[in-house]
Ligand binder design. Structure first.
Ligand SMILES: Cc1cc2nc3c(=O)[nH]c(=O)nc-3n(C[C@H](O)[C@H](O)[C@H](O)COP(=O)(O)O)c2cc1C
Length: 343
């Protein structure tokens, strides 16, 4: 309440989206390093009804987690747990650090409760993320490591990048998410073609097995048609993937209330938030139809209210994640959405 009435209007008015993101992340990092601040967050927001979910062979307290991209460098694990999330996906992490695209690269679309971003995998690199998790791994939140390739690595060398990131993160995370669906790294989505996908997923799943068998998930885009989505999902399961994360952001711009001129001024990037809810949920349904019970599904895209969580679960998702909705809803979001899994 305080957030939407006071803090959000101030943040939106005074700070650019990336400045606001950095400020909030700084606060959450501080809270993560302070037992007192973590306890205060937990007391204020973190009392969440549990509804255990088994997915990808792991036990989650309830379905709702934080999607990749918010805490790329794993700086605030304890704070996310205190806010009530059952899991978070750190990253996307690339083997070597990279600064991402030039700013501005993150935009608010308040009329649509949406965001557009072209961050371009700005991150401190896989070793740094692993070290961060290692030093703060005294909580029970489930951590997924979302991995990608560096911008300067051509697709022909992508598999080596994914394996390097996997090896750096493996012992610190509970599952691995292979991101081939970001629209902001040139050529990345080409890895979703059948030949490249098979080579990449076989290599990652074989390596994960060799290292000890932690589950691997694949994150897909919302822009492919039903046939492509279903073929990709079946191929992924054949390669040994245990989870499909649907979906990343869209390159589409349909059905928005934001004026066309503003969209033109923003330019390229992935759209997230409320406008992608319907399509992402549809993709969840396509994946479930294609893979049956042979893989777990994480539904992500446009979750803002409890009904959005219910829609994803009804479409076949085992778990649900959120990014943009959190920017609009604020720290009480997990509690606000919990009626979706409260029996
Ligand atoms: C600013 C921003 C950065 C993101 N970065 C990543 C990323 O690095 N890796 C990734 O897999 N997804 C990334 N995403 C996509 C989200 O994880 C999620 O799939 C997408 O935003 C849809 O969910 P939402 O509508 O709840 O935001 C990012 C999204 C936003 C808004």
């Amino acid at each position: 309440m305080l957030y939407s009435a006071l803090l959000r209007p101030l943040l939106f008015k005074l700070l650019s989206p990336e400045q606001a993101h950095d400020l909030i992340m700084g606060g959450l990092q501080f809270a993560s390093n302070s037992a007192l601040a973590s306890a205060a967050l937990r007391a204020a927001f973190g009392s969440i009804p549990s509804a255990p979910v088994k997915a990808m062979g792991l036990e989650f307290k309830h379905p709702l987690g934080l999607a990749a991209g918010m805490d790329k460098n794993a700086v605030a694990l304890r704070a996310w747990e205190s806010l009530g999330f059952s899991h978070l996906e750190i990253g996307t992490v690339t083997p070597r650090p990279q600064s991402g695209n030039p700013q501005p690269r993150l935009f608010r679309l308040p009329e649509d409760e949406a965001l557009i971003n072209r961050m371009g995998f700005n991150n401190m690199g896989a070793e740094a993320a692993a070290a961060r998790i290692r030093s703060s791994r005294h909580q029970s939140i489930i951590v997924g490591g979302n991995i990608g390739r560096n911008k300067t690595t051509p697709n022909e060398g992508a598999t080596e990048d994914y394996l390097e990131a996997l090896n750096a993160l493996y012992s610190e995370v509970d599952y691995i998410a292979v991101n081939v669906s970001s629209p902001n790294t040139p050529g990345l989505r080409d890895l979703q073609s059948a030949g490249s996908m098979r080579e990449l997923l076989l290599a990652v799943c074989t390596e994960a097995k060799r290292l000890g068998g932690k589950p691997v998930a694949l994150k897909i885009d919302p822009d492919s048609d039903k046939d492509h989505v279903q073929r990709t999902a079946v191929l992924a399961v054949e390669c040994g993937v245990q989870g499909i994360i649907a979906t990343n952001t869209t390159i589409g711009r349909t059905g928005l209330s934001t004026p066309e001129g503003r969209l033109q001024a923003i330019g390229a990037g992935g759209l997230s938030g409320s406008p992608i809810a319907k399509r992402s949920t549809e993709v969840v349904g396509w994946v479930r139809e294609a893979v049956g019970q042979s893989a777990s599904i994480v539904g992500v895209g446009g979750v803002r209210r409890a009904q959005d969580v219910t829609d994803k679960l009804n479409a076949g998702a085992d778990l649900v994640q959120v990014y943009s909705g959190f920017v609009y809803a604020g720290p009480a979001m997990v509690r606000q959405l919990s009626p979706a899994w409260k029996l």
